[in-house]
Design a protein. Structure first.
Length: 452
């Protein structure tokens, strides 16, 4: 039997992820912000109908247990809590992400890590170390993955990170944790780009499935189930993707870190929309362009962002995955917050008419520069015959151009208070801040109990 090219690399990565140096002291503050960002995204989404209902049925799926369902405050099994919290984390598209993962590492992994931490009554530092391990492993697997065009990245390589983080909390040895990661790879669901583009919220469920599979994979490995050593090459390189490059798995272990090089969002839509939004804003700010002056728009950007080319988004959620919708919202509303992506906003005749006149094309040079540079060029052709163009290479939110801390803190409070009282929002933020010194993580259930 031919050995898998990734076999030794996976084991080395897992060994490092279980070790003492996975979270550097200087990165702890940023990780606390990522945790707060993820919890705020889940709780902010918990008022959305399908997220609220999923939270209510979670105990029916998992029974009574120690893991907190953030949307209700109820306790259930770790697998059920990870499923429902993961589903909520991506609903509003305001959770953090990483360009090299083309994904949202914390939304896919923290729900699993948090549920396991509550189950074993971990300390705050133990939770943070596991969250860091999960994040780093997730991004390293994702870097090697070249997805097929029809496949959406949610629920794919992120499960490997979720399994690694849970395995660390469960005290697994390297051999068992490695099996858990391979099992998680094999459990990857069929995630379609069409679901996101058409507004099907099953896309969000796949994030929850991924987190839940991270919990399940560890339980299976601990009970003797074995993983396929060639799973990364076959699942990621032949089924979901066209190739899998294993060299990223153990590249510069201990030196190269991904945790602090992700992005935080203020626009409530896919990150692939952000460069077009910012380039559009440059034109509005410089030239005072009004939506009624625009004859048509061309957006040139990189592959895979060109997948978001739909010009007939019927719902606000579909609009989150449409560059034409997002650019039209910027021109018509001057806004890309959650209010710009409601179903009511999606029925605006002016927005819909302009969205239909936005074309998305690939710029091969931008594709070659991605993901290090995720650029877009927006060209407006005005009714008076003028042509205006602007390019955005580095939209704000990333490590190279971070948003002010006050803006991120304001986002967190705004999201939390969609679902919680002001006092409860304070309690959640205090719980996050205290994590580096907390003796137990189990106070979260009490913090989220004060609902509006």
């Amino acid at each position: 039997m031919t050995s898998a090219p990734s076999a030794g690399r996976v084991e080395r990565l897992v060994d490092w992820a279980l070790g003492p140096d996975v979270l550097r002291p200087e990165d702890t503050g940023h990780l606390v912000t990522v945790v707060a960002d993820t919890l705020a995204a889940v709780l902010g989404a918990s008022v959305e109908p399908e997220v609220r209902q999923a939270a209510l049925v979670a105990p029916r799926l998992g029974g009574s247990g120690p893991a907190t369902v953030l949307g209700s405050g109820a306790g259930t099994s770790p697998a059920a809590a990870a499923l429902v919290n993961g589903l909520g984390a991506v609903r509003l598209e305001l959770d953090e992400g990483h360009a090299h993962a083309a994904n949202h590492p914390s939304a896919h992994t923290l729900p699993a890590v948090l549920a396991a931490a509550e189950d074993v009554d971990a300390s705050g530092p133990e939770l943070l170390a596991a969250a860091a391990a999960a994040y780093e492993v997730a991004v390293r697997f994702a870097r090697g993955l070249h997805l097929r065009r029809a496949v959406h990245p949610f629920g794919t390589a992120m499960a490997c990170g979720a399994a690694a983080g849970v395995a660390r909390l469960r005290g697994c040895d390297v051999a068992t944790a490695t099996q858990a990661v391979l099992i998680a790879t094999a459990l990857a669901p069929a995630s379609t780009q069409h679901a996101a583009n058409s507004g099907a919220t099953v896309r969000n469920a796949l994030t929850g499935v991924c987190a839940s599979n991270g919990v399940l994979a560890v339980e299976l490995a601990a009970s003797g189930t074995t993983g396929d050593p060639r799973a990364p090459e076959i699942v990621f390189g032949e089924i979901l993707g066209s190739a899998f490059d294993p060299q990223h798995l153990d590249e510069e272990l201990g030196g190269l870190r991904y945790l602090t090089t992700g992005y935080l969002k203020l626009h409530a839509c896919s990150r692939w929309n952000h460069a077009p939004i910012e380039a559009t804003e440059l034109l509005i700010a410089e030239h005072g362009v009004r939506a009624d002056e625009v004859a048509d728009v061309e957006v040139a950007t990189y592959d895979p962002a060109i997948r978001l080319d739909g010009r007939d988004a019927r719902t606000g959620f579909a609009g989150k995955h449409s560059i034409p919708y997002s650019v039209a919202a910027r021109l018509v509303r001057r806004d890309n917050s959650t209010e710009a992506y409601t179903d009511d906003a999606a029925t605006d005749p002016e927005l819909r008419a302009l969205m239909a006149r936005v074309t998305v094309v690939e710029d091969p040079a931008m594709t070659a520069a991605a993901p290090a540079v995720r650029a877009a060029r927006v060209t407006l052709r005005l009714r008076d015959g003028r042509t205006l163009s602007a390019t955005e290479d580095h939209p704000p939110g990333g490590a190279e151009r971070p948003y002010p801390a006050a803006a991120i803190a304001a986002k967190h409070r705004a999201l939390l208070t969609r679902a919680l009282t002001d006092d409860a929002a304070d309690a959640v933020l205090a719980w996050c801040t205290a994590l580096p010194d907390a003796g137990s993580v189990r106070g979260l259930a009490t913090a989220v109990g004060g609902r509006r």
